[in-house]
Design a protein around this ligand. Structure first.
Ligand code: AMP
Length: 389
């Protein structure tokens, strides 16, 4: 999820910028002011309670605000993220927002403050009052709204400065320039939210070809540590030479080498949407390593796919592959095929079990055709990441 709050005095341009942001980043818009005005127009109990306060330019009680926010959030569980306008407006509401985000297992990523001097706000609101028909867009009430802003709302900034999510924008620039500045901030934040998928499955399950197809379809970087090691050997790099001699002596490639390769890959993939890992992690140790590497990049695994294929079908497929041009060196004998299947069972299945405790693992039946499996995996991914397409 991507959650943003637009902050600033009345008249800063929050509503105008919101219209653009919700379209661009597919966010669900929550304006407490709009919701209250609707309640008021419908003459609900809540609307009537708020009426005189709004008319005077005061702030509606935190109790009322928490009710409307909670109701709106709860009735929109599947959104890509929320854009808050006019909330949080008090120190207490900052805590309320934090609590609501925790409940949704997410966080407020950015509080973007559009900064405008008081006299500019007043001038803009008086202008707006000529056409808005809002009962609170007249000078006396405007002054009161700004007083409330200075006394009760500005302290909210301290809360978000301490949490590192506060950003400020010069609101005196043109609408277009403010929009560009906000977009840049959001893009930076979004790039931290990499979409990281691990695709599991026995050798022969199709995880490699499916993983590659998924990477291409969704613009993700495909990370297959086996092929990366092969590449190093082919290019005869220092790492390649090291790996080659390990292979020749029948030794395992130490985790340090693979860590370095993955780190390099992530470093060199600055503008990707995320990564899809195949053949890694293979052991419990590697699963901790991958968590650590991603954490370093302020990221984490957010989707696990397991492709399941019957053992007999796996043997049939691997045996068939061993007789074709696409045979891998490790497909060469029945003994090696069995060894790889055995390794998967004893070392990698426990990793999948560990993930099943922490994440939602999507188990896909891999006995169907390539296109069918690809379709099923795509549906899974699209349901988890609504704005991936
Ligand atoms: P707005 O449309 O955001 O300018 O809000 C209009 C009026 O609704 C404000 O002057 C307040 O009276 C009330 N209001 C909107 N949001 C809040 C909030 N988060 N907390 C308290 N009062 C609010």
């Amino acid at each position: 999820m991507l959650n943003i709050a637009l902050f600033g005095p009345p008249g800063a341009g929050k509503g105008t910028q919101s219209e653009y942001l919700i379209k661009k980043f597919k966010l669900f818009y929550i304006s407490t002011g709009d919701i209250l005005r609707k309640e008021l127009a419908n003459e609900t109990k809540l609307g009537l309670q708020a009426k005189s306060i709004i008319a005077q330019g005061g702030l509606v009680s935190d109790e009322i605000i928490v009710q409307i926010i909670e109701k709106t959030i709860r009735s929109n569980p599947d959104v890509n993220g929320f854009l808050f306008d006019g909330f949080p407006r008090t120190f207490v509401q900052a805590y309320i927002l934090e609590g609501l985000m925790i409940k949704l297992n997410t966080t407020l990523d950015l509080l973007i403050s559009i900064e405008v001097p008081e006299e500019e706000s007043v001038a803009r609101l008086i202008e707006r009052g000529k056409i808005s028909g809002r009962m609170d867009d007249n000078e006396e009430v405007i002054r009161n709204r700004l007083k409330e802003y200075n006394d009760k709302t500005l302290p909210v900034l301290k809360f978000f400065k301490e949490r590192g999510s506060y950003r400020s924008i010069n609101g005196l620039q043109s609408i277009e320039k403010v929009k560009d500045d906000i977009e840049e901030l959001v893009n930076v934040e979004q790039s931290k939210k990499l979409l990281n998928i691990v695709i599991f499955g026995s050798p022969g399950s199709g995880r490699g070809s499916i993983g590659k197809a998924i990477a291409k379809k969704y613009d993700l970087e495909f990370v297959a540590t086996g092929s990366m090691l092969e590449d190093e050997i082919k290019k005869n790099t220092p790492t390649g030479k090291e790996v080659k001699s390990l292979y020749e002596n029948g030794q395992l490639v130490p985790d340090e080498i693979v860590i370095r390769l993955i780190e390099q890959k992530i470093e060199n993939s600055k503008h990707v949407k995320g990564f899809i890992f195949k053949g890694y992690p293979r052991t419990l140790v590697q699963s901790y390593i991958l968590d650590g590497i991603l954490k370093k990049h302020e990221s984490s695994i957010n989707k696990i796919i397991e492709i399941e294929v019957d053992m007999l079908e796996l043997i049939r497929r691997l045996d068939k592959r061993s007789k074709t041009d696409s045979a891998m060196p490790y497909d060469s004998s029945t003994e090696r095929i069995v060894q790889r299947l055995e390794d998967h069972k004893t070392k990698t299945i426990p990793v999948i079990e560990k993930y099943k405790e922490m994440h939602d693992v999507a188990v896909i039946n891999g006995m169907a055709s390539f296109d069918d499996v690809l379709k099923k995996v795509s549906t899974e991914i699209e349901s988890s990441f609504k704005n991936i397409k």
